[in-house]
Design a protein around this ligand. Structure first.
Ligand SMILES: Cc1ncc(COP(=O)(O)O)c(C=O)c1O
Length: 434
């Protein structure tokens, strides 16, 4: 519509001018041979999907033959906004209690678990429920763009904090909180963290840091949003305890998980959070979509009941191979720079030693024209906000750094990754040496 006359005279809402389209959505429309842009799963239990559909079909057929019209109507109908009780109960028992070691009440705990249409919707509904314009949020820089842009849409004051190879640095967060209280007039309402294989940097937070963050949130009385989208895709070493583990009374940590990365993009996310917040989040979700599609929840239920344990090992192994292929090819072909070493997840973060390197420009002018995509580092900064600067211990206006890029290894095969990364490496090397 840009530049065209609209048939009626109105302005779009202010946020539409302030918040850009997601770089990942934009890049999905660009067809390239070597796609390292989005976090699209490329290792899925494909053999199970036809079986799930047949089983579901047979179940429905059986109901039909037995004249159980009412049950069929329910399966193809609206469900509760917070999700199907049987799915919430299964995920609470099997994933949160048994796998994550959370001391969630075996009888009643599932009531604090809600199903959302992808964990992205949980993220949106949580911010919608918590954030008034001007409220302070703390996150790392760079950070998941699906979080920072939504936070900016709600007009939060976003304070970004540097991370190291172990993720966000707790001392910097503490210092940033003190400065936010003094200079922005309030303590943060929320600290957003992705402790297991962060998006975009691929780092994993050690146990000690997780505990430190919990203690910090509890001591100042703020929420942590623990986004555990890559919790099951941990292929090097044992996973650490979630931050939520320390939140024995379910007070401070919102634990957000997704099925998308490990099963299929069913659009089924699940979050475990303090009951009072849950009520508001369900209300917000209800106004977005009334409920998550009932059939997709049924498929997720069948998958986690019967197939998850067998298939997750193969899925994880597939991502490990892809990650290794990307690491080796970066090391062989890229110019001087630094890359992260993921223990899981979908992404490696690479930054050029040459600080003037502009990965936005390079993407559009060089990489895409040579059939390669990635997400430039600047996409992982909110459009406005603050930087906590450790050297000066001050809050500065946010300025995106452009010399980094996120490289996703999830979608292509190891061989395609080798070819594509070698091509990208050659292009970078000739650009950066010239
Ligand atoms: C860190 C993180 N959180 C949340 C999401 C949203 O995932 P979904 O809505 O598929 O559950 C993603 C997707 O890429 C992600 O990387």
């Amino acid at each position: 519509m840009a530049g065209e006359e609209l048939p009626v005279a109105f302005d779009f809402a202010t946020w539409t001018r302030l918040i850009p389209e997601s770089e990942i959505r934009r890049l999905l429309r660009v067809k390239v041979r070597y796609y390292f842009a989005g976090g699209k799963p490329g290792v899925l239990p494909t053999g199970v999907f036809p079986r799930l559909l047949v089983e579901l079909g047979l179940e429905e057929m059986d109901l039909l033959l037995r004249g159980e019209q009412r049950q069929i109507i329910e399966h193809f109908n609206y469900g509760p906004s917070e999700g199907l009780p049987e799915l919430r109960e299964l995920l609470a028992r099997k994933m949160l209690r048994a796998r994550d070691g959370l001391e969630i009440d075996p009888e009643e705990g599932w009531r604090d678990v809600i199903i959302t249409t992808g964990s992205q919707q949980a993220l949106y509904a949580i911010l919608d429920s918590l954030i008034d314009p001007g409220d302070v949020i703390i996150t790392q820089r760079p950070a998941y763009l699906g979080f920072v842009n939504v936070a900016a849409k709600f007009q939060a004051k976003i304070v970004t904090v540097p991370a190291d190879a172990d993720g966000v640095v707790p001392e910097y967060v503490e210092a940033a909180i003190r400065l936010a209280e003094r200079e922005l007039g309030s303590k943060p309402k929320l600290i957003y963290l992705v402790p297991d294989s962060d998006n975009p940097t691929g780092t994993t937070m050690p146990e000690s840091r997780r505990k430190e963050f919990f203690d910090l949130a509890a001591s100042i009385g703020t929420f942590i949003l623990e986004d555990a989208a890559y919790r099951e895709i941990q292929f090097r070493g044992e996973p650490h305890r979630p931050i939520k583990y320390y939140d024995k009374n379910n007070e401070y940590v919102i634990y957000q998980r997704s099925t998308s990365k490990e099963v299929a993009v069913f659009r089924v996310g699940y979050s475990y959070m303090p009951p009072k917040l849950k009520e508001q989040v369900v209300k917000a979700k209800g106004y977005m979509d009334l409920c998550t599609p009932t059939l997709m929840q049924k498929l997720a239920l069948m998958y986690y009941e019967k197939y998850f344990d067998e298939h997750i090992l193969r899925v994880r192994e597939g991502y490990r191979e892809r990650c290794e292929a990307m690491e080796e090819s970066i090391d062989e072909s890229f110019p001087p720079g630094h890359r992260t070493t993921p223990t899981g997840g979908f992404f490696i973060w690479w930054s050029a030693d040459e600080r003037d390197f502009d990965s936005d420009w390079f993407l559009n002018e060089v990489a895409l024209k040579n059939d390669v995509s990635y997400v430039p580092g600047s996409a992982f900064y909110p459009p406005f906000g603050y930087s906590y600067e450790p050297e000066t211990n001050s809050l500065e206006p946010l300025r995106p750094r452009k010399h980094g890029m996120r490289l996703g290894y999830s979608y292509l095969t190891p061989e395609e990754i080798r070819q594509g990364i070698t091509r990208l490496g050659r292009l970078l090397a000739s650009h950066l040496s010239g």
